[in-house]
Design a protein. Sequence first.
Length: 681
Amino acid sequence: MTTPQLQSFIAGRWLGREPGQTLRSAINGQPVARTHADAIDFAEALAYARGTGLPALLALDFQQRAARLKALAKYLVERKEQLYAISAHTGATRADSWIDVEGGTGTLFAYASMGSAELPSSNVVHEGPVVPLGKNGGFAGTHILVPRRGVAVHINAFNFPIWGLLEKFAPTFLAGMPCIGKPATATSYLTEALVRLIDQSGILPAGSLQLVIGGTGDLLDRLTGQDVITFTGSADTAAKLRVHPNVIRQSVPFNAEADSLNCAILGPDVTPGDMEFELFVKEVAREMTVKAGQKCTAIRRAIVPRQHLDAVAAALKARLAKTVVGDPSVEGVKMGALASHSQQADVAEKVALLRQGAELIHGGEGVQPQGAGTAEGAFFAPTLLLAQHPMANDAVHDIEAFGPVSTLMPYDDFDEALALAARGKGSLVGSLVTKTPAIAAQAVPVAAAHHGRLLVLDAQAAPESTGHGSPLPMLKHGGPGRAGGGEELGGTRAVKHYLQRTAVQGSPTMLAAVTGEYVRGAARIETEVHPFRRHFEELQIGESLTTHRRTVSEADIVNFGGISGDYFYMHFDEIAAKDTQFGQRIAHGYFVLSAAAGLFVSPAPGPVLANYGLDTLRFVKPVAIGDTIQARLTAKRKIDRMKTDDKGRGQGVVAWDVEVTTQHGELVASYDILTLVAKKG
């Protein structure tokens, strides 16, 4: 059988005819694919990204790019079995591949949803608030975020060939930035299969994504300050890339997520027999065996009370002894191989170094994997070590065996446990298993200084916990120090890594024009038509209505109290109210809100379909009996989420700025109303 030839996807075409390195199956050592030896013209790749990809991406807005992400996720889910079949060669079990394949598509779905819900239908994010800079309201400042108009270079590790590319691509694409992905060579055949599917889908604008098989050549030498580099892999490689002369000279933003010596701490309050004890053992064993321990978030250091060391060791050994290693296609196999034979050799070397100061209590190099041909595979037994005196052992805090390897470390008091956690010099994630809230409150602020993410695990959280080693799209993934100092994922925070933040100063009218949002003090548009009678397409930002007035009476307060059940003394006890800072009874804040709605609504059926929330609500000053209130309603922001109702009618989201004032012109309530507004078509 001919060994498939991998190709790079550069400037809209697949290139690579000359055979390069042979990549072998981690299961049986048989050839899976060959890299190509053809040189890549990175000047052409960058020119294509900037000249074709960037204009095509910026022709879309955040909402439209979010819709493309969702469509791509659906497309890949329908074809996921093709990826599962190839993933088996990396040594992954079906469960391991699920993390990679469906974790990747799930990240696309997540960013599509976040983009649709949180980002505007433009290419300018207004990051407010607007800050007055003059005495008379004619000069102000604010912040905006805009696409960087550069190229993102994503350099990925071997352990997650699909998720690794997609978790970087999703926020980059959403931010309007074309990217060049460079997977680790060992498992690049799986990434290439993914990118071929993406190319075949036709969903992405041309130039959105390019793929490099092999080395990066002079790519980094050609980057500018508008570009971005992200890296996932070893701390040593991250350090070398970070000081690349051109990266330093051009101040190219560099984001690293590096392998780290993550830990799990068993709290001093947990004893054998507690559910939390079993949770700790299960979590450590799972992190050792999922993906054969090849996760940057895996637990490398298990920190336990010295009095429970023997019990933890026995429980872990018993659980690990049940782990069947071999070809994942064989029934009963729970752990596959390391991703490559070079990785197998590296893990063996690191374990040998660790064993110079730690004793082996389970596993080692000897393993008899299940399945035909597995003798030529890259298998490694789950290996548990014990460092009896971890405070005096530097190696266990410095050397990482990137495989199914973890070291038990006893502590004598809880401060020592936290000190051991910090010895990792910066970690992606740490776990604390405890049943006592006070212990969590003591530990988390201390451990947070050295960790990008912390999991506090107890019996209540366990049924729904995603586990120690599961980065989630809505939460930060990254960590300080050894872990790289960068951040990935984290919801729209990740998108903002690929945007440029700029302060803008000017008149409110100019700021409104720049941000695409009404800014108080800006010119307003007043017509004979009530803004609630406008369809989504017809409505202009700044279109405004000043309502008629209403005088608040004692009857209003009494009636609202009866309806709401709110008989707070400030509204009903005149004697007590006189002793407050207000000196008199005042109206309910929510009555003012309701009365304002009565002033500005247009009651007949029309384009406004629903009011689904309020933002930035503040009751600025009290409203007393006899005060007269008036409202001003102004169209502040429009977002076309490209959705339709069950009748096929299009609709968009409109945010309305509301100011409620008294007869003295004093602002008493301020807020945004969010509405669904029908389109005309």
